[in-house]
Design a protein around this ligand. Sequence first.
Ligand code: HEM
Ligand SMILES: *[C@@H]1O[C@H](CO)[C@@H](O)[C@H](O)[C@H]1NC(C)=O
Ligand SMILES: *[C@@H]1O[C@H](CO)[C@@H](O)[C@H](O)[C@H]1NC(C)=O
Ligand SMILES: *[C@@H]1O[C@H](CO)[C@@H](O)[C@H](O)[C@H]1NC(C)=O
Ligand SMILES: *[C@@H]1O[C@H](CO)[C@@H](O)[C@H](O)[C@H]1NC(C)=O
Ligand SMILES: *[C@@H]1O[C@H](CO)[C@@H](O)[C@H](O)[C@H]1NC(C)=O
Ligand SMILES: *[C@@H]1O[C@H](CO)[C@@H](O)[C@H](O)[C@H]1NC(C)=O
Ligand SMILES: *[C@@H]1O[C@H](CO)[C@@H](O)[C@H](O)[C@H]1NC(C)=O
Ligand SMILES: *[C@@H]1O[C@H](CO)[C@@H](O)[C@H](O)[C@H]1NC(C)=O
Length: 540
Amino acid sequence: MHWSFLASLGLLASTQAAYVWPSPHDGIEDLLFLQSGYIRFGSLADQILTCDFGAGQPGIQKAAEWVRTAFHDAVTHDATAKTGGLDASILFELDRAENLGAALNNTLADISSDVSVKSSAADLLALSLVMAVARCGDLRVPLRLGRIDATEAGPLGVPEAHTDLNTTKKAFEKAGFSEEDMITLVACGHTLGSVHSVDHPEIVSGEVSAENIAHFDTTHGTFDNAVITEYLNSTTSNPLIINTNDTLNSDKRVFAADGNATMTKLKDPAVYKAKCEDAFERMLDLVPASVTLSDPLQPADVKPYISTHQLKANGSIEFIGRIRIRTTASTGINPNDITVALSYIDRNGVRSNQTIPTTMGTFKGGSSFGYLGENFNWFEFSQILPSSTGISAFDVKLTTKSSGAVTTFDNGGTGGYPINPYILFQQRNSCLETQNLNGNLTIVAAVHKSQLQDNSAPQLKLVHRTPFPRSFISKLEAESIPLERTSAESGEFTYLKVTTPLEVSSWRTSFDVELGEGEAAERLEYQHTSEVHDSCEALV
Ligand code: HEM
Ligand SMILES: *[C@@H]1O[C@H](CO)[C@@H](O)[C@H](O)[C@H]1NC(C)=O
Ligand SMILES: *[C@@H]1O[C@H](CO)[C@@H](O)[C@H](O)[C@H]1NC(C)=O
Ligand SMILES: *[C@@H]1O[C@H](CO)[C@@H](O)[C@H](O)[C@H]1NC(C)=O
Ligand SMILES: *[C@@H]1O[C@H](CO)[C@@H](O)[C@H](O)[C@H]1NC(C)=O
Ligand SMILES: *[C@@H]1O[C@H](CO)[C@@H](O)[C@H](O)[C@H]1NC(C)=O
Ligand SMILES: *[C@@H]1O[C@H](CO)[C@@H](O)[C@H](O)[C@H]1NC(C)=O
Ligand SMILES: *[C@@H]1O[C@H](CO)[C@@H](O)[C@H](O)[C@H]1NC(C)=O
Ligand SMILES: *[C@@H]1O[C@H](CO)[C@@H](O)[C@H](O)[C@H]1NC(C)=O
């Protein structure tokens, strides 16, 4: 690899370990960095197209709900015992008075379809806060990943409007926050959203209705410090400051806790933004001792997306996908001045003297965008390979047309981007047949005969998604189902097959195909039922 060239492209800007594909955080990286454009993952981003978007439901502001949910989940962390924190335990705590309101349940619904064995609900709650405050005020909160979801409720301890100041301070202190942090966090949270009369008729005057809400500041649709300036110049209409019943004035007590010293500092918009970024970062990183968080998520410079790797009916291997190249201005890469090709190693470890060409995607302008103004272009390939040799790994060769310079990306020095050459997911022979709410899933894998020893016990490891009671979030449990050898063969491959009934909540799920046990097992990991059709093509 030409390191000096990479450095000049801005690709070595960070000191973190290089990205290696596949990463367990690929799904969250897609949601954050590919919000719009040609190839996009908009399931979260589309719900906060504007900061005050509420999907047409009166009184609802999704960005505000996401921020509040992360706070309610995280603040019950115990910094001394190193337990609790942002662990999605909120899912089991929705009936508590301290978690009153639809916001928390709504947020869980908003993230639910993205929860997977790779993306925990807790990581998605962290992501949702990062996306919300980026949308509302261009905040940049570092996003570390690796949170593990709780399996039961955690302790009580979220302060309420009537909670006295000493108890509130203790709750923040227990989580590891100083008095200044407490004031900062409340001032950073209560710049979005409102108090709802349906949940707090004692706080919001007037009729009880979804529409009747009281905003914390006059700019609830923007992440700015009006909540502070309006407080300091006594024009505020924050319902947690101006209530005639002082017991319910929690913001008044919190904001004045240090004689307005912190609030006065936060009067400067740049200080406010920086302090909020820092406080949110520390809030998201409250995790139990069992969790090791990653470095802050950065966009990958080169990321493959393999859509098909299967045997065709005529016995050749069909290999289709895309290479995503980061083309943000700071990389110096002009997508129109590069060609991208795959240099690959076959199943026997021999590097092919042919490369796989790609063509740049041009639909919708061809590029994708997301967080931090990052830009990406797509280079698409569709190649027929002889099944006798196949493919086991590839490097990505980027050639600058104008200068002829070639840069080779070898997946962070790991020997290339790996493709399992022995287990092929036969999308065309697999299917999900459904009738009303019943379904039968058929999965077919083509397995290289060299891997089919007597003890290889081929298994489908299918993830069932079972919603928790009264919740949108599913419990994920893998079921092992034996894959049966069929009599159908193609060259050096044998077809294996299984059909299993599949409940509607699991129609969109993931699975692995596994041969053998433990360390020595050969695995094709994290395949998706969304890739199959509603009827199966015959084996041969
Ligand atoms: C002393 C601590 C706190 C108290 C007593 C408190 C209290 C409240 C109350 C009563 C509501 C209205 C809920 C509703 O009617 O739906 C609310 C909303 C909200 N809180 Fe807090 N809060 C505190 C701290 C925080 C912190 C630290 C954050 C964020 C870091 C935060 C973020 C929010 C947001 C964004 C909303 C608006 C939600 C929406 O519009 O749906 N709060 N808070
Ligand atoms: C709060 O705590 C301080 C110091 O511990 C104490 O002096 C004060 O009386 C307490 N206030 C209330 C309202 O409990
Ligand atoms: C109070 O602060 C707000 C927000 O900065 C500002 O719009 C308003 O004009 C100020 N009012 C007075 C009376 O200073
Ligand atoms: C003020 O609010 C508190 C807490 O909800 C309540 O217990 C108390 O009765 C209220 N006081 C008045 C005068 O309404
Ligand atoms: C803090 O600011 C508020 C709002 O301007 C004011 O009412 C209050 O008296 C101040 N408190 C202190 C201790 O200065
Ligand atoms: C199978 O079909 C593809 C075209 O779809 C062709 O390129 C390939 O050469 C064929 N393989 C064999 C073994 O005939
Ligand atoms: C490429 O490799 C194939 C198979 O090993 C061989 O038959 C062919 O002659 C090679 N072509 C070139 C241009 O070296
Ligand atoms: C699933 O398979 C079973 C057993 O072959 C069959 O009775 C049932 O009708 C199938 N259901 C669907 C939805 O195809
Ligand atoms: C969450 O919302 C759903 C749909 O409105 C509802 O069925 C469920 O009971 C709610 N869960 C809780 C814990 O309130």
